[in-house]
Write a protein that binds this ligand. Structure first.
Ligand code: AR6
Length: 183
């Protein structure tokens, strides 16, 4: 399984994010927070019903109209090795003219901010928006790596960020196009 470190805090690897042993894994959710396909489906299947119960509670109390794109919320990890799941909604790719890069940047930024505010030190991300939502994986790698680099520069509470790419092709594309600036 290929993997590569960038500085001492960022690891990029292939794998299934539901198996990661980190404080939180990030879910590429949709505004309903009621589950779906892709990584969202895999996380709810592996984590069990406690995740959906908390998502329903969040919808009732905080986001009756759904979680806006770029925002993030935190729930239990249920049966996962990760104690928490951070759910964020990536942008649907509409050609790149609808503020997609900024919205995707906010997904990473707000997820990291929420993790830090909850005292979490290690977090794993999938390649948000690059599946069903159609964001070109090369451009997404650039946005994700820049966002994480900027965050880590101004916040020393997060000790490790893991990017879990689903398959070797996704891994190679990410490695070729990421622009980490971390120590
Ligand atoms: N571990 C890591 N990455 C994965 C896994 C996994 N187990 N499974 C898929 N991926 P997607 P999106 C990769 O479609 O584009 C859902 O239905 C996948 O190969 O999961 O943000 C939600 O409910 C891809 O590279 O999320 C939303 O409706 C990346 O994860 C919608 O899809 C993201 O693909 C969100 O679309």
């Amino acid at each position: 399984m290929p993997e590569r470190w960038f500085g001492t805090r960022v690891l990029v690897k292939t794998g299934d994010i539901t198996q990661e042993e980190v404080d939180a894994i990030v879910n590429a959710a949709n505004p309903s927070l009621m589950g779906g396909g892709g990584v969202d489906g895999a996380i709810h299947r592996a984590g069990g019903p406690a995740i959906l119960e908390e998502c329903k509670q969040i919808r009732r109390t905080q986001y009756p109209n759904g979680l806006p794109t770029g925002e993030a919320v935190i729930t239990t990890g249920g049966n996962l090795k990760a104690k928490h799941v951070i759910h964020t909604v990536g942008p649907v790719w509409k050609g790149g003219t609808q503020n997609e890069p900024e919205l995707l940047r906010r997904c990473y930024w707000n997820s990291l901010k929420l993790a830090a505010e909850n005292g979490l030190k290690t977090i794993a991300f999938p390649a948000i928006s690059t599946g069903v939502y159609g964001y070109p994986p090369d451009q997404a790698a650039q946005v994700a790596s820049r966002a994480v680099s900027e965050f880590l520069k101004q916040d020393d509470r997060i000790e490790r960020v893991v990017f879990v790419l689903f398959g070797e092709e996704a891994y190679r594309t990410f490695i070729e196009h990421c622009e980490f600036d971390v120590t």
